[in-house]
Design a protein around this ligand. Structure first.
Ligand SMILES: C[S@@+](CC[C@H](N)C(=O)[O-])C[C@H]1O[C@@H](n2cnc3c(N)ncnc32)[C@H](O)[C@@H]1O
Length: 371
């Protein structure tokens, strides 16, 4: 159930939690990085190889399916993560980042659960961790030290972000970056004791519906009854605003969406020529409480085409007008009504304790508890 409390920012919000100002503590970032990601060189190498093999299997499965697709997570290498960040920062029609930041700047205390214990902060799909800085600062007002576990599939990007945090917060923060995908990362996060505040900011946008549910279910496995999972979801329903945001003048969103294809060229030696395709985006509105609205993005072959992808040991073969989707599933960048949000959280076995919505009504911070 959603609690409605009106503030001077006109926010829909859950119960507000107070905080006390404290001081801070430390740990060596790189030691801790090794502790989590690098117990021994052979296991690190094995894990990387396993991830690379799994990624190739997923790519082949996507290119062999009907319709064809490239898994959306594949676009997030270092270049893709940078493009994603730049497209959020420089595309002024992309309202989501501004809405998320507005809540984090003005109401961050409202996403922190009111528990007597110190919290451990877990950040899933942390990117450059810039939004999480607001949460870190707030938590450091109420507890002496903070253990912070950012997890991201983009290892290089993550380590840079973790180092920058270490430079800025020094001894005040223990940073334990986990360069991993969600599934493998959960095994490491399960070992962490204590009450966790688990953030998943800007992550659900990039996943197909069924995958969102399975990720929420997966994340719930690291939670005990006092823990909170806070994720952001988009609630915009205006078609014009949405298409403007995704077809931006800067072209950054398009480059970010197409990074999976250009990465195939960089890493798998593919010769895919994007000039032989047209790029498309569409918004599909759906008010069914069991589902959501979403954006489709795909490239369409202008003619029959065949491009070898040596690294995958197969060719991309497409008929004229055939689509290659830039994501798996029905669609991505999902937009929800509040009812749809309650449904998805319920389907994942969690309970929606509250939502915090910006005054433009673009984004909801959704606070979930177990059971
Ligand atoms: C849209 S960005 C959000 C970044 C950051 N949380 C923010 O809001 O600025 C999504 C992030 O999730 C990461 N990601 C995507 N799929 C992932 C997966 N399967 N496992 C781990 N990280 C993933 C990407 O690398 C990317 O940094």
């Amino acid at each position: 159930m959603f609690s409605l409390i009106t503030s001077n920012l006109c926010l829909l919000r859950w119960n507000i939690f107070s905080c006390t100002v404290c001081c801070y503590s430390l740990l060596s970032l790189l030691d801790k990085t090794n502790c989590i990601c690098n117990r021994s060189q052979p296991s690190k190498t094995r894990r990387r190889r396993k991830m690379a093999d799994e990624q190739k299997q997923k790519l082949v499965a996507g290119l062999e399916s009907s319709p064809k697709y490239i898994p959306v997570s594949y676009k997030y290498d270092e270049i893709g993560s940078r493009l994603q960040k730049e497209s959020c920062e420089h595309n002024h029609d992309y309202y989501i980042t501004a809405s998320e930041l507005s809540i984090l700047q003005h109401n961050v205390q409202d996403i922190i659960p009111d528990v007597p214990n110190d919290l451990t902060l877990v950040d899933l799909g942390s990117g450059d961790c810039s939004k999480t800085r607001f949460v870190i600062k707030e938590l450091l007002k109420r507890q002496k030290t903070l253990m912070y576990y950012p997890l991201d599939i983009s290892g290089e990007f993550l380590i840079k972000a973790a180092k920058s945090l270490k430079d800025d917060f020094g001894d005040l923060l223990e940073v334990h970056p986990i360069a991993s995908d969600f599934i493998q990362g959960m095994e490491q996060l399960k070992r962490i004791k204590g009450v966790k505040l688990v953030l998943w900011i800007g992550g659900i946008f990039a996943l197909p519906y069924e995958d969102q549910i399975s990720k929420l279910k997966l994340f719930s496995t690291i939670m005990t009854d006092q823990c909170r999972l806070v994720f952001t979801a988009e609630i915009t329903q205006n078609r014009e605003d949405i298409l403007k945001a995704y077809n931006d003048n800067t072209g950054l969103k398009r480059r970010s969406n197409l990074n999976g294809i250009t990465r195939l060229k960089r890493e798998e030696g593919s010769m895919i020529d994007l000039d032989k395709f047209s790029y498309h985006l569409d918004f599909v509105h759906n008010t069914n409480p069991e589902f959501m609205s979403y954006v489709l993005s795909y490239i369409e072959a202008n003619d029959d085409v065949q491009f070898p992808i040596p690294g995958l040991g197969k060719d991309l073969e497409m008929k004229k007008e055939e689509h290659l989707y830039l994501h798996e599933g029905t669609g991505l960048s999902c937009k929800y009504t509040l009812e749809q949000l309650q449904t998805i959280v319920q389907k994942s076995g969690l309970r929606l304790a509250g939502t915090l919505i910006d005054k433009e009504k673009h984004v909801a911070f959704c606070s979930c508890v177990t059971g």
